[in-house]
Design a protein around this ligand. Structure first.
Ligand code: ADP
Ligand code: MG
Length: 722
């Protein structure tokens, strides 16, 4: 992940700028018949469509099924998107000021329904004609028992939109401004049509090798683009979609793999040739358990890189509790054994502290200096630390992003590990590279939660990947159940039983910034109720939440860690950083308000000891469909990778934590949640091509090279940080 993904990705249209000299695709959008300067300006401002090629690269977001009309009588509020043909009977504005809206009445031979607009009222009032027959398209909903469509698309009935030949009409992603200024779906469709009347296949040459087009039975590039805008039928649309998705993913993967190959050829790294005393002594004297097979394999993979003279750039994936920290530590010891310093950067103070404590503990007696640095380390203490670091007297530095600030200078940083990588921005990672001369430090990226394969392949497509796919032995699957308020007494009873057996219990409340006060109230009420059920002095309860002072928080946590308290009531501050093997029950309140990966992280706090552990997901009786699916997923599986896949499916790639800034996921047509198989194929094909023809010199690969050259712009931001 050490490339800068530039802003060009935020503007997918650039991709389609076809650079064939003097092609119509290069000509400014306003020159297209029916556009002109005014609409041209709008398209530029609203959608970054500057040329006719940009317009071509702006694919429909969906299609209206023109093959059937719905009858008003048959509609219900869950009819979803429908097309109706009817006469506009009435049109009037209702309400004033901000509540002003335009209400129309539509009648077909089976009934009547309302049409409502809240914006663009003025313009619509002028353009819609009462008594006219329209083709109406939109999503049906119910308001006071009356069915209506809000902001329907309206087209005057014409031969074009009602004739038998009509199939799928494209609908383009648009903006409110475009719609109200008259560049609506219909106008956009007409523009596309005009463009295609002038386009020839010569203007859209093939960019894939002929053997691939044949093998996958793809339509030609020209045909695919035509079908994506004007599908003949479902079959044509599917074929076009498949090809364009493949194309998009293929070129991205090809580029990522090219960069990876180049980096391996160009970016040199320190050679860690010896396995020395630190590593060996730790392994034989300190390591309190046998490494799992997966841990051993991963350490070998990393060691091979470290000895190769090429910079290590590896993503270490593994489920919660799979033992990444110890692997990270052992890699740091390799750095130390070769005379280098190492650092470990974590995204939060608590997590950094946790690493600092456990690593200091692990290496006790080995003569290794471990130090902690975060924003909270100040004044003299900080000064002294920075001096020691620069003198090389600190061997391992652990901390937050304070590590990468300019005044922090190492003597010879050989290895940088980042934990929970996806919370760090690209720029922060770039700064790490600059912390060492002449070569950048080796970089190991550890993720706290598994990322779906498709995302990993794309976000980290230029990194090597190691996976710890095995949990330490003896772990029992955590038993997860879903309970509602009706079961409260049973849950309390179960907690009492477990505490009776000597175990400890977490009770977690959500903390969402927008409603912090409300959340705190929830937690306070909840803990009061618990205190009644578990009275002192028989029971002790720790309470920890975000509004407490750090010292108080720490004090309460420590009481729980030491076993002085049996119950820990907390907001999600315990999500990371607490390791209490004796805690075997996790009760999560308001489960429906947590995201999947967060739930998985939380659940990972139990099941760390030898006892059977339990996770109880409390929710209200009424939960949204998506909330229900999240809960069911948690009940069904303990597998972090499976949960990550479900998360991607439910929320879409754009919403997975940490992916937003990268811009790399702004695809024109591909969808990582759905197109995993296409992505896999695209990556394999790209890898094979680069293996056989690294410089893309073979004649059959000229189309690829031509396309990459033409689109250097798209990739220009992907420079190496070195
Ligand atoms: P992760 O960071 O991957 O979530 P940790 O490194 O925090 O996992 O390890 C979780 C727990 O498992 C720690 O208490 C650690 O000491 C323990 N552990 C790690 N590896 C092993 C192993 N091979 N056998 C037994 N316990 C292990
Ligand atoms: Mg960890």
């Amino acid at each position: 992940m050490l490339f800068l993904y530039a802003s060009c990705f935020q503007n997918p249209c650039i991709i389609a700028r076809m650079n064939v000299s003097s092609s119509i695709l290069d000509s400014p959008i306003e020159y297209l018949k029916g556009v002109g300067p005014k609409r041209g300006d709008l398209l530029k401002k609203e959608l970054s469509i500057h040329t006719q090629g940009d317009l071509l690269g702006h694919y429909p977001s969906r299609y209206i099924d023109k093959t059937r009309f719905h009858r008003i009588r048959d509609l219900s509020s869950d009819s979803d998107q429908v097309q109706i043909r009817g006469i506009l009977r009435r049109l009037s504005t209702v309400g004033d000021g901000r509540k002003k809206r335009l209400v129309g009445r539509l009648r077909d031979e089976t009934g009547v329904m309302d049409l409502v607009w809240f914006t663009g009222v003025h313009w619509l009032e002028k353009s819609l004609v009462v008594g006219q027959e329209y083709v109406v398209f939109g999503r049906v909903s119910a308001f006071r028992n009356q069915l209506n469509i809000a902001h329907p698309e309206m087209e005057v009935v014409s031969e074009e939109n009602t004739q038998k030949a009509a199939t799928f009409a494209p609908v383009y992603p648009s903006t409110e401004k475009l719609n109200t200024k008259g560049v609506d779906a219909k106008v956009r469709r007409r523009m596309m049509k005009t463009l295609f009347e002038r386009l020839t296949p010569q203007e859209l040459p093939e960019n894939l090798p002929a053997y691939l087009v044949q093998k996958f039975r793809f339509p030609s590039r020209f045909e695919a683009l035509r079908q994506i805008h004007f599908p003949k039928d479902q079959e044509g649309l599917t074929a076009a979609t498949n090809r364009l998705k493949f194309e998009e993913l293929f070129f991205l993967q090809l580029r990522l793999l090219q960069l990876k190959r180049r980096r391996k050829g160009v970016v040199k790294g320190y050679v860690f040739s010896t396995i020395g005393e630190h590593f060996n002594r730790f392994y034989t004297e300190k390591l309190p358990f046998e490494l799992t097979g997966a841990q051993k394999r991963v350490i070998k993979e990393i060691r091979r890189d470290l000895g190769s003279g090429v910079q290590l750039n590896r993503l270490l994936q593994g489920d919660v509790g799979s033992g990444k920290t110890v692997v990270g530590l052992m890699v740091m010891l390799m750095a130390l054994d070769n005379g280098f310093q190492a650092c470990l950067m974590a995204p939060t103070e608590i997590l950094a502290q946790q690493h600092y404590k456990s690593i200091s503990n692990y290496v006790k007696g080995l003569g290794i200096q471990v130090a902690f640095l975060s924003g909270s380390v100040k004044g003299k203490k900080r000064e002294k630390l920075l001096k020691l670091l620069e003198a090389g007297e600190i061997h391992i530095l652990i901390g937050t992003h304070a590590l990468i600030e300019d005044p922090v200078q190492f003597k010879n940083l050989g290895l940088a590990i980042t934990d929970e990588q996806h919370r760090f921005g690209v720029a922060q990672r770039a700064k790490l590279w600059a912390k060492s001369k002449p070569y950048p430090p080796h970089v190991l990226v550890m993720t706290a939660t598994p990322i779906p394969r498709t995302l990993a392949m794309t976000l980290y497509g230029d990194l090597d990947v190691s996976v710890i796919d095995e949990l330490p032995p003896g772990r029992k699957d955590i038993e997860t159940t879903h309970r509602t308020e009706n079961h409260r007494m049973r849950v309390i009873g179960f907690m009492r039983e477990q505490i009776g057996l000597g175990r400890q219990v977490y009770v977690v409340y959500p903390l969402i910034e927008e409603s912090e006060t409300l959340d705190l109230q929830n937690l306070e009420e909840g803990s009061e109720a618990l205190q009644r059920e578990f009275p002192m002095p028989e029971y002790q309860i720790s309470i920890v939440h975000g509004r407490m002072k750090a010292a108080d928080k720490d004090f309460e946590m420590q009481r729980f860690v030491k076993g002085e308290t049996q119950i820990m009531v907390a907001t999600t501050v315990i999500e990371v950083g607490v390791n209490v093997p004796n805690a075997s029950v996790m009760v999560i309140e308001n489960t429906e308000r947590f995201g999947l990966s967060q739930l998985h992280q939380l659940r990972g706090r139990v099941g760390r000891g030898a006892e059977q552990s339990y996770c109880i997901l409390m929710s209200s009786f009424k939960v949204s469909k998506e909330g229900k699916e999240r809960i069911q997923t948690m009940v069904r599986t303990n597998d972090g990778f499976e949960i990550a896949e479900a998360d991607l499916r439910l929320r879409g790639p754009g919403n997975i934590e940490g992916t937003q800034q990268s811009g790399i996921l702004n695809f024109r047509i591909a969808d990582l949640a759905r197109d995993g198989r296409i992505l896999q194929t695209a990556r394999e094909v790209a890898a094979r091509i680069l293996e056989n023809d690294p410089k893309l010199e073979k004649p059959e690969h000229h189309p690829i090279r031509w396309y990459l050259d033409k689109h250097v712009k798209q990739f220009k931001g992907w420079s190496l940080i070195s």
